[in-house]
Design a protein around this ligand. Structure first.
Ligand code: FES
Length: 179
């Protein structure tokens, strides 16, 4: 479907994905340009935080995104939402149609570019200098020097709560580099 709202480099985005972008979450698509551009639209809003610094995931308009909206997507989907401090954060729909308890920041650890999820390669692939990350955010190929920042994700009363990750990084067994 062709749309005046998306770069022509993104012919594979579906009508449903476009609807999600307009109404709320941004679904990951195989091509990089769309999400790179989309990610730049997130503007950190003033945000009240709950216990542990938790906030409710929001769309690009600042509206809370119901968990059911994300979970309506196919298993394995990645959805981009505004998380802690409005930072673009990937949520992961697991194979059992629940949300993964870990969210991943859409911010390359090389020089901070946004990047898309490539479902064919099962990687986050940065369009700026070619860094690639595994599904859990660990570096597969540089120049990115560090794993992607992660967050806690929980669903409470159909709200998606995102909170800072300050304890041991389960991928490295060490204190997170961002703490
Ligand atoms: Fe991602 Fe350089 S900013 S590889």
């Amino acid at each position: 479907m062709e749309s005046p709202y998306l770069p022509i480099e993104s012919p594979s985005i579906s009508r449903r994905q476009l609807l999600n972008f307009i109404t709320g979450a941004v679904l990951a698509v195989p091509t990089g340009a769309a999400l790179y551009v989309v990610g730049k639209f997130f503007i950190p809003p003033a945000e009240k935080t709950g216990a542990g610094g938790a906030i409710i995931a929001k769309d690009i308009l600042g509206n809370p995104i119901p968990a059911t909206q994300i979970l309506a997507e196919a298993p394995g989907s990645r959805a981009l939402v505004a998380g802690v401090s409005g930072e673009p954060t990937y949520l992961i729909v697991k194979e059992d149609n629940t949300l993964d308890s870990i969210g991943i920041l859409d911010n390359c650890t090389h020089l901070g570019c946004s990047f898309p999820w490539n479902p064919m390669d099962q990687q986050f692939q940065c369009p700026c200098h070619g860094s690639r990350y595994a599904p859990d955010g660990t570096v597969v190929r540089g120049p990115a020097p560090l794993p992607l920042k992660i967050f806690h994700v929980a669903v409470v009363d159909n709200n998606i709560l995102i909170s800072p990750w300050t304890e041991t990084d389960p991928r490295t067994g060490e204190t997170p580099w961002w703490v």
